[in-house]
Design a protein around this ligand. Structure first.
Ligand code: BG6
Length: 484
């Protein structure tokens, strides 16, 4: 039996763009997530749907009356938040992570005054959480930004976006300073490495060197994150504000030194983003990577100081699966499989989900140990879970034993990591309420312990129903992880 710290924060996570809905209502403006189209199974690849989006794609989506854009409606959390939060309270949640849609507060991103109706909505959501002693954890930017900033200035490629974001951050810090004590600046900031539009609002037209633009946009997000951290500490002295990466724990494909080197590079590629957010400076290995990839960052005089002054308090990670790395010269012909946002080589020792994501609970323990060794700051598992198809059986129940098994194995390894001496603040199930998939916009890939009656065609009553995993997770929380 593993032991968790007494104050361990158990709970679950969602994002605004995958749940809220109320498209262009209540003062909300267009966001990048609103142009994410549903992708039928036959047309899917492993990465985010819209890696390369052009201005024409955006204009088409804005006028398209026939296409399906599921994130516009989400699971209508906007109108269900009370009963949803009540259900989370029934499960004993101590924390609920969601994001604030920037376009709900500043519909165009550059408005002078915030949208009061949007601010009031989050007041109500946070009050509802606090009523049940659930701590809200709030992500400032989770895969969306006001579309106007994309069309006007190419999103995070523009330095102007930094100030607009920091203004947004300051407004919400002031407004919610008595309600929200846990913040994250950017969801999976490293995703910018592969997904220019979803993470950075970069339009693909006229962009000469994609990798360079993405790293330039990342530089702007690093600065925005650091400035937001500083503001948060000034406005809410007792708050904790974290960075976050999607952790792609990676193993060498063999013990051949060339494979070990390829693995080192894969890990550096992933950890570059947390290195900057935690150490407040670019790591030395980045110089060679930049040279070899023709990346020249517009790094201005004050930037160094800004990064130094805005280091994060903790590191949040999402963790779904692990990967393996081979020397590029000998990797040809090796079998590949999907993973969260990235393809990976197949690991013969691991099982995969129906979406091909190879699950690896021990990898989570390794990841936590390695990250803690590297940074020596508290860690937080802010996303972990299994995407699976769920069915209501004759007894009117959803027997998601596969999900229980996945969560059980992963939670056990988090406990092992705690016993290894790693400081882990908490564990949040991703998509605790079924939501729209980030990558494919489908509904069939469900993560929740709470079922939502909605299908891939947008049909359903939106009624919520507790799955069998709900009762299981409730007793995990009740026993502080001793009864998994
Ligand atoms: C994470 C994101 O990368 O993966 C979530 O932060 C996302 O927004 C989750 O939903 C799972 O990915 P998907 O594509 O299965 O929804």
């Amino acid at each position: 039996m593993v032991k968790f710290p007494k104050e361990f924060l158990w709970g679950g996570a969602v994002s605004a763009n995958q749940t809220e809905g109320t498209f262009l209502q209540k003062g909300k403006g267009w966001s990048t997530a609103d142009i994410d189209k549903f992708i039928p199974e036959t047309e899917r690849n492993s990465g985010p749907s819209n890696n390369l989006v052009t201005r024409t794609d955006i204009e088409f989506a804005m006028d398209d009356e026939k296409g399906r854009y599921p994130k516009r409606n989400g699971i209508d959390f906007y109108h269900h938040y009370k009963s949803d939060i009540k259900m989370l309270a029934d499960a004993g949640f101590k924390m609920f992570r969601t994001s604030i849609a920037w376009s709900r507060i500043f519909p165009n991103g550059n408005d002078v005054e915030p949208n009061e109706e949007g601010l009031k909505f989050y007041d109500k959501v946070f009050d509802e959480c606090l009523k049940y002693n659930i701590q809200p954890m709030i992500t400032l930017s989770h895969f969306e930004m006001p579309l106007n900033l994309v069309l006007k200035q190419n999103g995070w490629l523009s330095r102007k976006t930094i100030d607009q974001f920091v203004h947004f951050a300051e407004v919400v810090f002031r407004r919610y300073r008595n309600k929200v004590k846990y913040w994250i600046t950017f969801n999976e900031i490293n995703v910018l490495e592969m997904s220019g539009f979803t993470s950075g609002g970069i339009v693909a037209d006229n962009v000469k060197n994609n990798i360079e633009t993405r790293y330039q946009a990342a530089h702007h997000q690093f600065l925005a994150s650091a400035l937001a951290v500083k503001k948060c500490h000034q406005i809410i002295p007792d708050a904790k504000i974290g960075g976050m990466i999607a952790r792609f724990e990676s193993y060498p494909g063999t013990c051949k030194p060339e494979d070990a080197l390829a693995n080192l590079k894969a890990n550096q590629n992933n950890l570059f983003f947390s290195d900057v957010q935690i150490r407040g400076q670019y790591p030395d290995y980045f110089a060679r990577f930049a040279k070899e990839n023709n990346i020249q960052i517009d790094f201005r005089q004050n930037d160094k100081e800004i990064l130094k002054e805005g280091v994060v308090d903790f590191l949040g990670i999402s963790y779904y699966s692990s990967m393996i790395a081979f020397d590029p010269k000998s990797s040809e012909g090796k079998k590949m499989t999907s993973g969260n946002l990235k393809l990976s080589f197949k690991n013969p020792y691991l099982k995969s989900s129906d979406w091909g994501w190879q699950y690896d609970p021990i990898g989570l323990r390794i990841a936590l140990n390695e990250l803690y060794d590297r940074y020596q700051i508290p860690l937080f598992v802010v996303e972990n879970g299994l995407g699976a198809k769920d069915y209501i059986t004759k007894d009117n129940k959803i027997h998601d034993d596969y999900r229980i098994e996945y969560l059980k194995q992963h939670i056990k390894q988090v406990g092992e990591a705690c016993e290894d001496g790693v400081k882990v603040l908490g564990y949040l199930i991703w998509g605790c309420i079924d939501l729209i998939s980030a990558g494919s916009c489908e509904m069939s890939k469900r993560y929740g312990i709470i079922y939502v009656d909605l299908d891939d065609n947008g049909k359903g009553t939106l009624n919520r129903k507790k799955k069998v995993s709900f009762d299981w997770y409730k007793q995990v929380i009740e026993s502080n992880g001793s009864n998994i």
